[in-house]
Design a protein around this ligand. Structure first.
Ligand code: SAH
Length: 395
């Protein structure tokens, strides 16, 4: 087995079982090894730290598969890891066949660079590491056996692929699919997910429980749903008796699907408005029109993928939250989210507090919101906790 020697003192994060080895921590690599090869990471004094996949082309130059020296990386290893991840969800959550769920959540499930989502009987995988890329065929074969899916679709087209030096790959990986649009049921609502063209693997599964919780608070309220995508929050709000729901989204395709969802679920179309606009501009327009709402949802895309971009992201969050607080009636609720890995929960709360202060609003945190539990967070990998939300009430 080829060895990768770390610089003195750079073994600390691995001893805490954090699975990433950055290029700057590596002293030398023994033998000619290429992206995706299995290596042993060893400390400067030569003692074993972990079995990893190497990627000399990336800043994250190795990702640890396992902490035991004897572990063999091969088809049987992936089969075991996938069985464990899927089995955990089956035993804890028992999602129905027509529902959707995350089956594999990357590093937090011991499979760095692998995301697997199930949309009813269609499984979508996203590979974003050289290690998983190398074992792609074995992963797909195991997923086929374990999930018994009608089809497995690949969406390895995330932005981070470029950082790994991998070419994007999308399309049917196994099975049959007449149309890429798959119907799922989420908390009683029927949704259509386009696994070929939708965002991420097709839908934002991390917000499932928050969509229900926030939707339940919408009864009788006038709701403003910002960054609506295909209407997830809006549909739950309508289903729970919202007086009106105004949704803002900049993707025309997503808005079309959202409109279709209202019909598909027999929800009152006269109570919803779909606005194709930039949220930053539209919030200003609403403020200038003196519009007021009882419940505002802010679920923006990732403003800061890394800590380095956190400052610019902070300005974006401050801006929309400030405007959000200004548009709320007394007693109104703000459900505000950040899915930026580079913005910690603590920083996000400070930004929201600053926004409330500048808006002259007295706000309380009623609840702290997280991703759905089928997106577990390994305690050794805090980066897994990217989604954080606050449910605030203004006095
Ligand atoms: N709330 C959604 C997920 C939102 S993801 C759900 O529960 O499914 C973020 C969405 O914001 C994406 O659909 C993206 O197209 C949209 N978006 C990104 N920037 C935007 C902007 N400046 N104005 C309006 N929409 C934007």
């Amino acid at each position: 087995m080829h060895k990768v020697f770390l610089k003195p003192g750079r073994e600390k994060s691995l001893l805490r079982r954090h699975p990433w080895v950055f290029s700057g921590a590596i002293a030398r690599t023994e033998g000619a090894v290429s992206a995706g090869d299995t290596v042993h990471i060893v400390a400067a004094d030569g003692h074993f730290l972990g079995v990893a996949a190497l990627n000399p082309n990336a800043n994250i130059s190795a990702r640890v598969w396992d902490w035991n020296e004897g572990t063999q990386i091969g088809a049987a290893f992936f089969h075991r890891r996938l069985e464990t991840a899927v089995g955990m969800r089956r035993s804890l959550f028992g999602r129905e066949p027509d529902e959707a769920e995350r089956l594999v959540h990357g590093e937090s499930d011991g499979l760095p660079g692998l995301i697997v989502d199930r949309y009813a009987d269609v499984v979508v995988l996203q590979i974003s590491s050289a290690g998983c890329h190398r074992w792609r065929d074995a992963i797909i074969e195991s997923l086929q056996q374990i999930s018994a899916a009608r089809a497995i679709y690949e969406r390895s087209d995330a932005d981070v692929l470029e950082l790994e030096g991998l070419a994007p790959r999308t399309g049917l990986a196994s099975g049959k699919l007449d149309t890429p649009v798959v119907e799922i049921r989420e908390s009683g609502i029927r949704l259509r997910v386009d696994v070929a063209k939708g965002h991420k693997t097709g839908f934002y599964l991390d917000q499932r429980d928050n969509r229900l919780q926030v939707g339940q608070l919408a009864a009788g309220r006038h709701v403003l749903n910002c960054f609506s995508y295909t209407g997830g929050f809006a549909l739950q709000a309508l289903a729970h008796g919202a007086a009106s729901v105004t949704s803002v989204e900049s993707s025309a395709d997503a808005l079309q699907l959202a409109r279709d969802h209202v019909q598909l679920n027999d929800l009152p179309a006269d109570r919803c408005e779909w606005v194709d606009a930039d949220v930053f501009q539209y919030l200003r327009k609403l403020r200038d029109q003196n519009r007021q709402f009882d419940l505002i949802i802010l679920d923006p895309p990732k403003f800061a993928p890394t800590a380095a971009t956190a400052e610019r992201a902070a300005r974006g969050y401050k801006d929309i939250n400030l405007l959000g607080f200004k548009l709320l009636r007394p007693g109104g609720l703000l459900a505000t989210f950040s899915c930026s890995g580079g913005v910690s929960a603590d920083l996000f709360r400070k930004i929201v507090a600053g926004a409330a202060l500048d808006a002259g609003a007295d706000a309380q945190v009623i609840d702290q919101l997280h991703s759905t539990p089928d997106h577990p967070v390994s305690l050794a990998f805090p980066e897994g906790e990217y989604l954080k939300g606050l449910l605030c009430r203004v006095g």
